[in-house]
Design a protein around this ligand. Sequence first.
Ligand code: GLA
Length: 388
Amino acid sequence: MKEEMLKKFHEIFGAGGEIRTFFAPGRVNLIGEHTDYNGGHVFPCALTIGTYGAVRKREDRELRFYSMNFERSGIYHSSLDDLQPKKEAGWTNYPKGVMWAFEERGFQIPCGLDFMLYGNIPNGSGLSSSASVEVLTGYMLRELFGFDVSLTDLALIGQYSENHFNGVNCGIMDQFAIAMGKKEHAIFLDTSNLSYEYAPIRLKDARIVISCSNKKRGLGDSKYNERREECETALKELQAVTDIQSLGQLTEEQFEAYKGAIRSEVRQRRARHAVYENQRTIQAVAALKNDDLEAFGQLMNASHVSLRDDYEVTGIELDTLVEEAWKVDGVIGSRMTGAGFGGCTVSIVKDCSVDRFIRQVGGAYKEKIGYSADFYAVEIGGGPVELS
Ligand code: GLA
């Protein structure tokens, strides 16, 4: 990849100077959905697919961006003196947002950059291509300019830029999973205090299969921010009867005892999902530690049902992928992953059933939805790196 990028870089931006190349992964969340902004637990892992970046310092304050994924858009010009979100700036709003967030934290970026990207995460798939670009940019700035920031800081800077520059009120899961990724491990993260633990993923004779619905979605336009507000309102209502700082602090029993304080049926269901999903995530990690993959799969399935019925973030495309997956022999568990409203599902499938899975789920999906889904057997990879 590196050679290919360097060649393209010279072609687009001209020869000369030192070019450095980096990689940051995408992520998939195994369980713990819509819990990260509710002070709950998540259980994501980084993938071996992700975003590659090549960068060279400039002598002025100009920023030139180029994506090998959107070649027809050509070079996008900007400047360190104009770090503002702009609709026409497209994907460059993500690296620009991270540069802005570094400056907000008091790190001055001393010179402009030529910056080229190539991503192999399917676009808009819910595998966090945007968080991957954010963490890549942060890691690259740290390495280029020696900024004193930890990997956790890079996750927080990425989230800050997403929240305040790009207008999506996301939690910390995606950026954290990407910045802290570890090969063959998922990350059991408590979002209330960012304490975490790596859990080895031993799937024996099974693997992780991503099914991409190919229904495009923009998080900003979606109901993501609305769900977050519903949970915040439910929390305020609950705080009238119990002393909690987040929905993640409640057990199922406590929730059942206090839920009457939430004055709308819809908000009760949203909060119920947040509480039960958090508990499911804790149980799922315990099941995995006991090598009880069956129990893990059942909890994944229950997670989907809750996201479908209580949280209402699935839709016919994701429901079809999951419900068809459940019918296939050799499927240990299947659920939507990420924000929802389109994007992907994650399934754990026995090796010997993967081909049948793709045929059966793919066929049923095309018939019902009218266009095809894409399938990827993925590997769990590490965090950001400079390519040598
Ligand atoms: C998106 C957000 C995350 C998280 C998930 C849902 O991926 O970026 O912070 O809230 O949705 O679990």
